[in-house]
Write a protein that binds this ligand. Structure first.
Ligand code: SAH
Length: 351
């Protein structure tokens, strides 16, 4: 093991300030097997100190794949004519929650493209109904950029968490991933608005997105330190055949695991999912993610008939199974990695 790399890993795990240069060294260098093992072990020790072996589950309900945006990486971008578009009604969404509750879910994540069909009024009506029926559950929204007033209205009727990945903290990189009408400045504003309103907020980015450099990743980590989110969602970029990035290489397992561990050490008490995208690029991706410091999984609760239409990237896993089958498979996977799924609202345990 190289002394300088070992020193940086130990410094991270003792929560000493790590310099930009040290982080860049860690991000740039391909780590040896021993160095990777050390990083992963330190991250796992850190998660166990705070979360034990508990793994929180979130039920993901992908309620619409209509989107007004045209992000270059995303399979449900508006210009993709090959998507079979769908929307779930309030009753269909509630049905997913009822099923999910019976399976032990205490967090529902409502995710969609940016779909103006769901006005503030319609969303408030849906959220309020879920809130009335499931008082002991968290309601998480992941529906993109809206005004502060809209975010406030959703919060007031019972939503309490919000996932909005910042995607990249570099303006120039942001412009290579998105058309001109989208800006990093607005994305950041949304995140700070959400925090101010009182949401538990999740930000994050894709690992290995096209044109990403170690310097971009450093900026991502520094932005996350500034925002101090409750959740950080990262997963590998995976190309989608019907997007402008169809021929771009995917993010790698190694880089995603390395970043999960670095994030666990930089943000010891953060909620950190082992994502479906990670499970898609490697058959044991999610198990390896948990071992590298992740403590959340987000199985799909969407009706199986629509799942295959919510394809942000190619070869997405678990698009065929019913929720119950999904959760029993996942539960075994989590156990095989040495952790256990818990029935819990799964709040951040502040240190
Ligand atoms: N419309 C919502 C939800 C977006 S989908 C929003 O704007 O937040 C959730 C996340 O999936 C995105 O934030 C993005 O980081 C990720 N994603 C999209 N396309 C992807 C791809 N091709 N590979 C991997 N992740 C992708």
């Amino acid at each position: 093991m190289r002394q300088n790399i070992t020193n940086i890993i130990e410094k991270l795990s003792q929560f000493h300030n790590v310099t930009d240069n040290e982080l860049l060294t860690l991000l740039k260098d391909a780590l040896s097997e021993d160095e990777n093992r050390l990083l992963c072990q330190r991250a796992d020790e850190c998660r166990k100190k705070i979360y034990g072996t508990d793994v929180y589950i979130r039920g993901l309900i992908e309620f619409s794949n209509y989107c007004i945006n045209n992000c270059y990486y995303c399979g449900i971008r508006r210009e993709n004519q090959n998507v079979k578009r769908y929307r779930l009604s309030k009753d269909e969404i509630i049905e997913c929650c009822i099923q999910g509750y019976a399976l032990g879910f205490r967090t529902f994540v409502l995710q969609s493209g940016e779909d103006p069909y769901y006005t503030d009024d319609i969303l408030c009506y849906i959220i309020a109904d879920i809130r009335t029926r499931f008082k002991d559950c968290a309601i998480t929204l992941s529906i993109g950029e809206r005004s502060k007033e809209s975010y406030k209205a959703f919060f007031e009727v019972g939503a309490n968490r919000y996932l909005l990945r910042h995607e990249t903290a570099s303006d120039s990189h942001y412009a290579r991933l998105h058309p001109d009408e989208l800006s990093l400045a607005n994305r950041k504003k949304c995140l700070f608005d959400l925090k101010e309103i009182g949401y538990q907020v999740g930000a994050g980015f894709m690992v290995g997105s096209p044109y990403q450099t170690p310097e971009h990743l450093l900026a991502d980590l520094r932005f996350l330190q500034e925002l101090s989110p409750d959740m950080i969602g990262i997963g590998p970029f995976i190309h989608h055949a019907d997007t402008p990035f169809a021929n771009m290489p995917n993010g790698t397992l190694e880089m995603t695991l390395k970043l999960l561990s670095i994030i666990r050490l930089l943000f010891p008490d953060v909620l950190l999912p082992a994502t479906t995208a990670l499970g898609t690029i490697h058959k044991n991706g999610r198990e390896l993610g948990l071992k590298a410091g992740a403590n959340v999984v987000m199985p799909n609760l969407s009706p199986s008939g629509v799942r295959e239409n919510y394809t942000l990237y190619d070869n997405k896993i678990c698009t065929g199974e019913e929720a119950a089958a999904c959760i029993s498979c996942l539960s075994q996977r989590v156990q095989s990695a040495g952790y256990s799924l818990v029935t819990d609202i799964g709040n951040r345990r502040f240190i």
